[in-house]
Design a protein. Sequence first.
Length: 249
Amino acid sequence: MKALITGASSGIGADMARVLSNEGIDLILVARRKGKLEKLAKELETNVQVIEMDISSTYNCMKLYNKVKKEDIDILINNAGFGLCDNFSDIKIDKELDMIDLNIKAVQTLTKLFLKDFKKKDQGYILNVASLAGFMPGPLMATYYATKAYVLNLSMAIYEELKKEESNVSISVLCPGPVDTEFNKVAKVNFAVKGLNSLEVAKYAINKMFKEKLIIIPSFKMKIIPFIIRFIPRKLLLKITYKIQMKKK
Ligand SMILES: NC(=O)c1ccc[n+]([C@@H]2O[C@H](COP(=O)([O-])OP(=O)(O)OC[C@H]3O[C@@H](n4cnc5c(N)ncnc54)[C@H](OP(=O)(O)O)[C@@H]3O)[C@@H](O)[C@H]2O)c1
């Protein structure tokens, strides 16, 4: 089997590469920091191809697809993403649009291109990395939360289409709470609670992906959050999330 992982140079993506390689799966690792990808590739036992690419451009996503489409990929993991934390009006629009390009448009483009191939051969796994943030609005990280809601809802809708078509292609969406990675450094935040270990999250996610689970939420404490928030009035939920986000700043 062969998997393509975006955002594999650090954090959850790098650990997913470790987990998949341990299971004997060949890899195509994508990110901007080639040095980090090459270092990771040396650590791994299976065949690894490294692709240095900024996938926040749709043109580059197409280029990436065209480069690897003959590789008979079985697993696509759309993991690359980042967050920004501040008042909506204070975040620079270009940074925010870059985030939308990466967190939404790259996922949209790669999912569509690979899904078509997977459907043709009636096999394959897609794992989109959203977040627990996708289940609620996130004042002070408004756009990030909204991008993850997009990925969550898109993935769920595709899941149902595949079920109705009786397809053997599987789509899952990973929705972790805080995970200890470079995410904080990039978003310039500190988590209000201790983050989960990224390798543990990766192991859990890959295991559930192979079991074709739709929504994957690591840790029991985090799993109950989407359930609980259904019963919280929206305005109260906004106040709670604002308070949590404020602690991160
Ligand atoms: N950490 C958390 O608490 C948490 C919680 C929920 C969801 N998530 C999600 O998990 C995913 C992985 O994040 P992480 O926590 O592992 O953070 P991370 O350590 O910062 O990893 C992000 C990865 O995305 C890559 N990336 C960023 N911009 C890119 C671009 N323009 N083109 C290609 N690759 C790019 C980075 O590589 P380069 O810089 O080398 O390009 C890096 O490999 C993200 O989608 C994030 O939103 C994280």
